[in-house]
Design a protein around this ligand. Structure first.
Ligand code: GDP
Length: 294
């Protein structure tokens, strides 16, 4: 995860790490390299500039030039700023409600169905009574995929294979949950290969009808700036509550993780780290920053 970014940033900082004394010229040169590492990681250009400008301001403001270990101090400032950039604190999903309703949104292939299963298992392990709901009315295979996952993790799946109306299916699923004592309904929706008006209208309609306690936007982190642009398009339309970054296990660059919060101002809440049902982690910005700085 983020190997290239980690290597480039550490290389940029290494030149200063051991030095007893540094100058503002050293700091500027190092931060230029840090910015380059961020751009190579496919971090949004404005974000990369703004974060390195802030690091520079803080470094000089904290009298780093006369510090005993200026290199270490700079590493700490970089770590703090990367943490802030990724949201600062971890933010939990809201699962209060009777039942709580979690709506999934995102493009086809982003990992929505897989993540729906992962989240169901994660909540089940916490003792919650979960119902998965298949609202992808375009691909019969999507319903089967969710059913297979449900069976694998021991969670019930609600589906209406003959019904082509996702709003009705979602509403019926919530009724079914109430009748059967389920406390959390996870609604998996249909995606498209790219952002299109019909998909947006559909997800908007489902959201309006079921008033979810939590709307998550699921995106493939390996798509870098495309992930950020897609997040913006979805957020503008459905005002989601949090982001799920999937496939971090294959992402060597980390551009989406580092830019998404700054661009859409919504927290990353979970990450996907494998194809398996236990490949889910809560997103901790500080742990991710430490990981990048190795
Ligand atoms: P959907 O179309 O958004 O529902 O996407 P799927 O859930 O069908 O996932 C698309 C592909 O990505 C599948 O092959 C999944 O196994 C894979 N996938 C999903 N999440 C992850 C992840 O976190 N890591 C990896 N390596 N693969 C993932």
């Amino acid at each position: 995860m983020f190997e290239n970014l980690s290597q480039n940033i550490n290389q940029a900082l290494r030149t200063l790490k051991g030095k007893g004394r540094i100058t503002d010229v050293n700091v500027a040169a190092t931060l230029k390299e840090v910015r380059k590492a961020l751009l190579d990681a496919d971090v949004n250009f404005k974000v990369a500039k703004s974060v390195t400008d802030t690091i520079k301001e803080k470094a000089l403001g904290q009298k780093i030039l006369i510090a005993v270990e200026p290199g270490q101090m700079l590493v700490k400032i970089v770590s703090d700023e990367l943490t802030e950039l990724m949201g600062g604190q971890k933010v939990d999903i809201n699962t209060k409600g009777d039942p709580a309703v979690v709506l999934m949104s995102g493009l086809q292939g982003s990992g929505k169905t897989t993540f729906s299963g992962k989240l169901a298992l994660y909540l089940k392990k916490q003792g919650r009574n979960v119902l998965l709901t298949a609202c992808d009315v375009y691909r019969p295979a999507a319903i089967d995929q969710l059913k297979v996952l449900g069976e694998q993790i021991g969670v019930d799946v609600y589906a209406e294979p003959e019904n082509k109306n996702p709003v009705q299916i979602a509403q019926n699923a919530i009724k079914h949950a109430k009748a059967t004592g389920k406390k959390i309904v996870i609604v998996d929706t249909a995606g498209r290969l790219a952002v299109d008006e019909e998909m947006m209208r559909e997800i908007e309609a489902v959201k309006k009808a079921i008033q979810p306690t939590e709307t998550l936007f699921v995106v493939d982190s390996m798509t870098g700036q495309d992930a950020v642009n897609t997040a913006k398009a979805f957020n503008d339309r459905i005002n989601f509550d949090g982001v799920v970054l999937t496939k971090l296990d294959g992402d060597t660059r980390g551009g989406a993780a580092l830019s998404i919060k700054a661009v859409v101002d919504k927290p990353i809440k979970f990450i996907g780290t494998s194809e398996k049902m236990d490949g889910i982690d809560v997103f901790y910005p500080d742990r991710m920053a430490s990981r990048i700085l190795g």
